[in-house]
Structure formats: C-alpha cells, structure tokens
Design a protein around this ligand. Structure first.
Ligand SMILES: [Zn+2]
Ligand SMILES: [Zn+2]
Length: 248
C-alpha cells in the first residue's frame, strides 16, 4: 500500500513537472512583457499611472512645444510661433484642450488576430499628444495633409485635437533619434528612427512596422514599432498586439 502511494505521488510529481514545462515553453514563444516602468517617461500636460493590468494615461493634448496652430488661442503668448518649414500650408484649425484617456495593457502580447488601427488616436506620445496612423479622412494617403504639419510634425483636426502622424521632432530633439517616444494602444512601445547608431530601414520592419530587439528600456528585448521618414511612418497594417481603449 505504501509503495502504491509513493508511485502515485511520483506520478503526480511527473504530471506537475510536465505541466510546468508546458507553461514555460509557451511563455518562451510569447514572452509576457511588463511596461509599467514606462509611467515615469511621460511628461508635459499628461499623467500616467498603473491601474490593475492597465497603464492609464490622461492628457489635455496641449503640446509642450510651440506651434503656428496656437494662433488666437489662450496659449498664444507663450506657445505661438510663426516659425515653420518652407512648404508649410497651415490648415484652418487651432489647438484646443482635449480630455483624452488611454487605457493600455501593461502586459502586451502578440494578438492571434490582428486589428487595424483606427482613424483618430492609435497611441500616445511622451508629451500626451496622440499618434495618428498613416491615413487622412477616408483612409487616403497623407500626401497633401502632410503639408499642414508644423515644424514638429503635428497639426490639429477640426475639433482642435493636435496629433502626430509622423516623427514628433520636438521629442526626438530632446530625447534622441533612437529614444522611446510613446506607446500604441496595444502597449507596444514606439521608438525613434534610429537604432544602434543607424537609421532603421523599412525592410528591417515587419508588416506592422515593428520588430523584436533589445532596447534601452527593455534589455531583454521587446517587440516595438519604429518611426520612419516614409509611409507608413509609425504603424503598418495594424496593431501587433490587442489594443486597449481611448476615450475623448
Ligand atoms: Zn491629421
Ligand atoms: Zn528596433
């Protein structure tokens, strides 16, 4: 009887062992990341806190840099500038305060079924200004809309919501061309156009505009997107992970 019991215990142990090895091999193929340490990176008219399994980022979307789009607003005295790039064609909108709340998973993982990015905010940069995708209204290319980007790569839409479709050059000027610049809604980080001292080419990125390598913030490696100077600029054909939510 005693022998049978010990065999039963041994078998239970073997089963438990098998179970745990199955669990660890599946976590090897789909690493569970934790992005909660990134809360300290956000600054400006933005706050970031961890709430349960989400990083909750609230923003008034007033950029912490100058723009011609502050003309006639209550921020005109401190933030309005007439400086711009030579091809600049200002749109008729001006910057207005928003009330944006992003709920972003702190354990991002590859989605088994990928989803398209929305028109409107698809992520948030370090200063609280949202990232928009590579499309204008009607999912048209940004060919003409690009002319209305100010010298920092942003412009406001009809309701005054300022946003970046391309590299936020104020942030890369301050933090570096290879810096962490913000998050898409799926919790995967967005980095600048350079890595290891070299420009990242489109061909080095997958269809979602990212890849997995070590970064300054994630020395064990993480999937991340890169900003590039050509279309699609920030995200390719959709979120790599499962997106959280944004309300405005
Ligand atoms: Zn736009
Ligand atoms: Zn990279």
């Amino acid at each position: 009887m005693k022998k049978i019991l010990s065999i039963a215990l041994l078998m239970t142990g073997l089963l438990a062992c098998k179970k745990s090895s199955t669990t660890s091999s599946s976590s090897n193929t789909d690493t569970t990341y934790n992005i909660s340490a990134l809360v300290s990176k956000f600054s400006g008219n933005v706050s970031a806190v961890v709430q349960g399994d989400y990083l909750v980022i609230t923003s008034t979307d007033i950029p912490d840099h100058k723009s011609p789009y502050f003309k006639g607003t209550k921020w005109q005295d401190s933030l309005y500038t007439t400086d711009s790039v030579s091809t600049f064609a200002q749109n008729p909108n001006t910057i207005e305060a928003q009330s944006l709340t992003f709920r972003i998973p702190i354990h991002p993982s590859s989605a088994s079924s990928k989803s398209a990015t929305p028109l409107g905010p698809m992520g948030v940069s370090l200063n609280g200004v949202p990232f928009f995708n590579q499309y204008a209204a009607g999912r048209a290319a940004l060919t003409y809309e690009k002319l209305s980007f100010d010298q920092y790569g942003g412009h406001p839409q009809q309701s005054g919501q300022y946003h970046y479709h391309v590299e936020p050059t104020s942030l890369t000027a301050r933090h570096g061309e290879d810096a962490f610049l913000g998050l898409l809604l799926d919790g995967f980080p967005v980095y600048g156009p350079m890595e290891n001292g070299m420009l990242v080419s489109e061909s080095a990125l997958d269809t979602y505009h990212g890849h997995t390598t070590k970064t300054a913030e994630f020395p064990n490696g993480i999937y991340h997107y890169h900003v590039t100077s050509s279309d699609p600029y920030i995200n390719g054909s959709g979120f790599y992970g499962t997106p959280g939510t944004v309300s405005n």
